[in-house]
Each structure stands twice: as C-alpha cells, then as structure tokens.
Design a protein around this ligand. Sequence first.
Ligand code: R5P
Length: 288
Amino acid sequence: MIIIGCSGGKHLAGKIAKKLKCPYSLLKVKKYPDGELNLRLMSNVKGKEVVLVQSFYGDVNECLVEAIFAAETANELGAKKVILVAPYLAYLRKDIRYGPGECINRNAITNIISRYFDRVLVIDPHIRKGVKISSLFSIKAVEINADKLIADYIKKNIKNPLVVGPDKGSLNMAKGISNMAKCNYAIFEKTRISGWEVKTKARKKVDLKGRNIIFVDDIISTGNTILECVKNMKKMGAKRFYCVVVHGIFIENALEKLRKANVKVVTTNTIPNKVSKIDISGLIAERI
Ligand code: R5P
C-alpha cells in the first residue's frame, strides 16, 4: 500500500502513512499558463493499493480534477486498487433539483467518484439524516464519525459544558457528544433564508447558569449559523461560548467574525486552519 497526498491532503498523508507504517509520497502538481494542471505520481504504483488523500477545500473544483486525474493515472500505471480518502468531501450538500435541468451535485460527485475509485472513505459527510453513505456510491463507501474525538476534547478542556446543536440536523451529533462528555444538550431551530442568511431560535427554555455553551456542528462555512445562535443565547443570558466542529471551511473571514463575537472555535484537521487542533489521522488509519 502507498499513501499519496494530493494538494488538499498533504497535511494528513504523512501522518496516516506513519500510523500504518507504509510509504507515502506527494502528488506533484504544476500549472500551465492557461490554468490546466500537470500532475505527476512520484512513486511506482504498479501492483500497489494506492490511497489518495484529498480534502476538498480552497478551489474545490480543482481538488476534484486533481483527484480524478491522479486516480486515472494510477489506474493506467497498473495500481491494484485506488482508494480515495476524502476527509472533507464537497458537493454533498445539494441533493435536490430545484429547477428543470439543474444538477443534483450530490449525485454528480458520488457517481463520478464511483467511476474512478475502488473505495472511498469520508469523515462526517454532510448528507441528510437517515441516508446511508453506502447507498450513494456504487463502490464501497465508508463514513467515519469524529464525535468521539470532539467529546474527548470537550471533556479535557471545558468545564460545565452545555452542548448545543444549532439546528435539527445536528440533533444526533449533539445528543451523542453530550452522552460521551456526560453533560446536557439543547437544540436550536434554524430557517435557512439563503446560502448566507439564517434565522435560529431555541426550541425550549434552557438553564444556562454557570454553563459554558459549546456549539457542535459538522461544518462552519460562513459562520452565520453559529453567530445567529450566539446572538440568541446572549439574549438568554449566556456568556461564554465555544464551538467545536468537524470541518472548518471558514469563508469570508468567518473565523475572525466568530472571534469578535467571543466564540472560541476548535475544529478537526479534515481541513487545515489556525484552529484545527483535533487530529483525525488516527481515525482514518484505523479504518484503512
Ligand atoms: C447545515 O445544515 C450545517 O450543519 C451547518 O450548520 C451549516 O453548513 C453551517 O453553515 P454556515 O456556517 O454558513 O452558517
């Protein structure tokens, strides 16, 4: 087996390989003046199981082209199997055709990956409750859940926690993490107005006395979901806020906005950033 780090997986490939005691290399990526990519596998892959690590952040479209071209090359050069480890897999959120002819992104991405890879591993994919990741791909697909790592972080670092899920979709996550961290949880209701704007309200009254509020969620993108909940909870008397999430995308200065609202944010390192302190390489190595 060989682990290969694509541009979005460089920060994890070495760690995963070390844990599995197997070799690793990086995908060499150059760009032509017209923007086309020139990719090169730096190790012999003939007869090997090739694990491509690619997290989809920054230019997600380029991440996709890289992963597909690298898989195509590995297959052409005689790899025995090509496995995609996508700590954060983009394009899963839009699973509805809102208008005639519109692309259902989730179907497009899962069908494309199924064509080029033999197996796929994803950390906390953003799919609807009740949908199994294995039903979306025609290859073997494994979902890895980071809740235990988040609960461990809370137990070690935050006293008197109240775990809060910002919407109904986060109910299982909040419930599971609060169980493991041995504390209570509360859930907000969220109405999404656009990709940027949301409205939230608490589902019932919660006792906030002396509590450190810890929002848990799978993704922070614009940060507006958490900022809205913070605004509401401040009105309810809460004072100290933390936010522990799996994928920190942080577009448009989201991290800075959260810092200004006095929210201490921590994420896993599915996407590397200033606050990605929870390492998920061990979880991935175990499942590989
Ligand atoms: C939505 O269902 C997700 O779990 C997150 O709550 C959402 O993606 C966060 O997005 P944003 O940070 O842009 O509000």
